[in-house]
Design a protein around this ligand. Structure first.
Ligand code: CYC
Length: 169
């Protein structure tokens, strides 16, 4: 598992280089965004279950077939598997936000996920939508809490979206 700092060091170490100006700029940007990252993660932590519930409600409103017989989130077991998955995405997104790096998502969440979803018939489109709805909810919360720059919040959610939706060959 890596963060912004260890990823940078790794990249310079492979080629035996000292940290140059670009590296210093990247490090500075990461450290400068530190308190905003922590603030965003804290916002999420204090209302994670509300965020998941609200996002799921919106998702099922948008794609009601999911919870009808023959839908993938139909039956209590699958309904709760869906909420649980959304909670995983949210929790790991907070780790990636604090780390300033998406590597934790690749290692702990996304590896093999598409294959699992495909074999269980979990639909990718609505999963992606669920992730994006959570992102929107959080950015709104961050704006309301007065965080001036909320662009960094996109990264983990967009990364998960991209990786899950990639067509498997
Ligand atoms: C199932 N989701 C699963 C399974 C895994 C994950 C491994 C199969 C095993 C199980 O049922 O528990 C996902 N497990 C993870 C992830 C991690 C992990 C991400 C990393 C921490 O350890 N169905 C829908 C919605 C969507 C959904 C679109 C919610 C957004 O229609 C999710 N995932 C869903 C459902 C199942 C599932 C319904 C159960 C499918 C089944 O068993 O038929």
């Amino acid at each position: 598992m890596r963060d912004a700092v260890t990823t940078l060091i790794k990249n310079y170490d492979v080629t035996g280089r000292y940290l140059d100006r670009n590296a210093m700029d990247e490090l500075k940007a990461y450290f400068d965004s530190g308190s905003a990252r922590i603030a965003a993660a804290s916002l999420i932590n204090t209302s994670s279950s509300d965020i998941v519930k609200k996002a799921a409600a919106l998702l099922f409103e948008e794609v009601p077939e999911l919870i009808r017989p023959s839908g993938n989130a139909y039956t209590t077991r699958r309904f709760s598997a869906c909420l649980r998955d959304m909670d995983y995405y949210l929790r790991y997104a907070t780790y990636a936000l604090v780390a300033g790096d998406n590597n934790v998502l690749d290692e702990r969440v996304l590896y093999g996920l598409r294959e699992t979803y495909n074999s269980l018939g979990v639909p990718i489109g609505p999963t992606v939508r669920g992730i994006q709805i959570m992102k929107d909810i959080i950015k709104e919360m961050a704006n309301e809490a007065g965080l001036s720059n909320t662009a960094f919040i996109d990264a983990p959610f967009d990364h998960m979206t991209r990786e899950v939706s990639e067509i498997s060959v």
